[in-house]
Design a protein around this ligand. Sequence first.
Ligand SMILES: C[S@@+](CC[C@H](N)C(=O)[O-])C[C@H]1O[C@@H](n2cnc3c(N)ncnc32)[C@H](O)[C@@H]1O
Length: 346
Amino acid sequence: MSQDEKGISKTAIWVAAARAVGARDPDPAVRNPDDLAEALLGAPAQLGLDHPVVDALAMSYEAAMQEIEVASMVRAMTERTRFIDQALERAVADGITQCLIVGAGFDSHAYRFQELLRHTRVYELDRPRTSAFKQHRVAAALGGPPPNLTYVAADLERETLADALARHGYDPSRRTFIIMEGVTMYVQEEPLCATFRFFAAHAPGSSIVFDFATRAMIDGMKTLDLEKIPPMARPPFERILKLIEHEPWVFGIPLDTEKEFFSGLGLQLREILTIGSEESVGRYLTRSDGTTMGAAAHERAEAFRRMVQRQMTAAMDPAQRGQAEAAMREQARQNAYRIAEAVSTA
Ligand SMILES: C[S@@+](CC[C@H](N)C(=O)[O-])C[C@H]1O[C@@H](n2cnc3c(N)ncnc32)[C@H](O)[C@@H]1O
């Protein structure tokens, strides 16, 4: 039986595989620090996910990073992991005593930071089947969880986070660091807002890191018409649609409205960073010689995108082409994907 048939999150496998590939970079200045992702995933053939990022695990790092789909995921996940790791280290220095990881998948913070978190209670929440598989992999790869870790099996669309955690002795009056990585896009607005309100009600000094897509990006995926994409550019879109078939992207925030959105839920953004932006690439993906992780594939991806655009507008007259190109530029601007850290305003 494949992981899919077992109901284990495919997207959790996808992102962990990208971290595992990024952890192989020889340069510590850009390497993904998740050196447990590969062990937590186990044998790639057993994962039941047909995707270039999983195939990359059986290739040399150099060869894998020539693949555009691999390099783009590895770059994005490296930015994500390093942003979150830094926030976690700051939170521990600031005196948290509790850490909550929502939609944990193959998250490795409880294990990689076991020593740093030794005085911190850690909770990992995920849907029951994904949580059970994770526990099985932790036992196989690491010999079991650290003593300060509690697994919580719950579906945020079926019960509130507060209720699920209350069963396990979780205490929101403790100063807490919350990680919700790669999750907001999968949860409907109402339960997601209830989740953020619960975060906002935590003890002063608590903070949360999470990433989110713009509404335009989510709507673009929902209405994606493969027929309108030139055949040579279709396979990555076909693969992503297949990947999220049972885990649809449903939630996004209108571009540049996140400040108001989260203040309405009692949270103030401390930092916000666009994944793939100059700032983020400079911070997390740039080597000491100025080159960036996966640069060759990234440049080919950009060249390919420009070629596809030229093909799509080739038959248009100049005025139509100008309009179409402006619309594509605006769509690219709207398709932002961001990561943020927020604190409660209460
Ligand atoms: C893309 S994966 C991210 C996993 C992990 N946070 C990471 O970044 O490696 C999305 C995760 O969110 C979990 N998830 C999605 N919707 C959920 C829900 N309604 N309740 C609980 N977990 C959910 C999935 O099971 C999956 O593990």
